[in-house]
Design a binder for this molecule. Structure first.
Ligand SMILES: [Zn+2]
Length: 313
């Protein structure tokens, strides 16, 4: 990981050197990317304020803090190539190597395919209303700490299902008798916890959805951490926050439960990366919360060493 970071820095500075040779003013802020360098992870890129960044088809313009975040899709290819251009027209490239995922793939046969789907008119209406509520929430963007303070585990309990595994279900519809196939990827990080376990904000943010009864998700809270990152908490038994509440890392959001379409009490925590500069939301995707927890350790290490430096004579 350190090698990747150094390589990224080298690429950035070598690009700037070329830029300076072409007559760009010296002393321009260099740029670099770090973060969760893995498929399903997150690139955290820092550079000049107002720089325009591009990764594949995604473009973002950095604010005054110079930071942009790019989610890394589950199937993202390595190395990742980024270009950035400063407001003064200096352009450069950064190349970042990212690690492959090794998610399990399972074929599960004998499923009753429509077991969890909405079937009655009331269920279909409920599911449709829930979908609209969720889409509307994902349209809103708030300022927030983003990744700057790291992420903490939102509930106490053993992790019970990681992000990433792909499952192919082969079965039959009990309703129609038709054979069916479903492929689903687990997009969250499950924590086994008895009903009533407190859920804490993994990072600060603004509550953009607080609904006690979404059809599949049950009691749910969406928390916008800023810079496009949203945490989603599902299957809650109690909600202690309302839309518009601003919470700090560690604040209580509610309690775990067994609501919605579940197979037992647990917290499903997922994190969606949205490009704030893209108009449509169809290109957004979920990233691996466990990788964000590892990022927290990185931030803590930096803080620890900074404190040590500060206390030195
Ligand atoms: Zn889950």
């Amino acid at each position: 990981m350190v090698q990747d970071l150094l390589f990224g820095l080298f690429m950035a500075w070598s690009g700037l050197w070329v830029g300076e040779a072409a007559g760009v003013p010296a002393g321009a802020t260099p740029a670099s990317c770090h973060g969760a360098l893995s498929q399903g992870g997150l690139l955290v890129c820092d550079g000049p304020a107002g720089a325009t960044w591009q990764m594949s088809s995604e473009t973002q313009t950095a604010g005054v803090d110079g930071r942009v975040l790019f989610g890394l899709a589950r199937g993202a290819a390595s190395p990742v190539e980024l270009q950035y251009e400063t407001a003064a027209g200096l352009s450069s490239q950064i190349r970042v190597e990212i690690a492959d995922r090794h998610d399990e793939f399972r074929v599960i046969e004998g499923l009753e395919c429509d077991k969890v789907d909405a079937r009655t008119p009331e269920q279909i209406e409920h599911a449709g209303r829930s979908w609209v509520t969720k889409q509307a929430a994902f349209e809103s963007f708030f300022e927030g700490p983003g990744v700057s303070e790291g992420f903490i585990v939102p509930a106490t309990g053993p992790p019970s299902s990681p992000f990433g595994p792909e499952r192919k279900y082969i079965g039959m519809s009990a309703e129609t008798g038709e054979p069916c196939e479903k492929v689903s990827v687990h997009q969250g990080y499950d924590i086994a916890a008895p009903v009533g376990t407190p859920i804490h904000a993994p990072a600060g943010g603004t509550v953009i959805l607080a609904d006690p009864d979404l059809y599949y998700e049950g009691g749910s809270v969406f928390l916008d951490h800023g810079q496009g990152l949203v945490s989603v908490f599902m299957h809650m038994s109690a909600l202690d926050v309302a839309v518009g509440d601003v919470v700090a890392q560690g604040d209580t959001l509610g309690e775990t439960g067994n609501t919605g379409r579940t197979t037992g009490p647990h917290l499903h925590w997922s994190v969606k990366w949205r490009n704030p500069d893209r108009a449509g939301r169809e290109g957004d995707f979920y990233i691996d919360p466990a990788l964000l927890l590892a990022l927290e350790a990185e931030v803590s290490t930096t803080e620890t060493s900074a404190q040590t430096d500060a206390s030195a004579p």
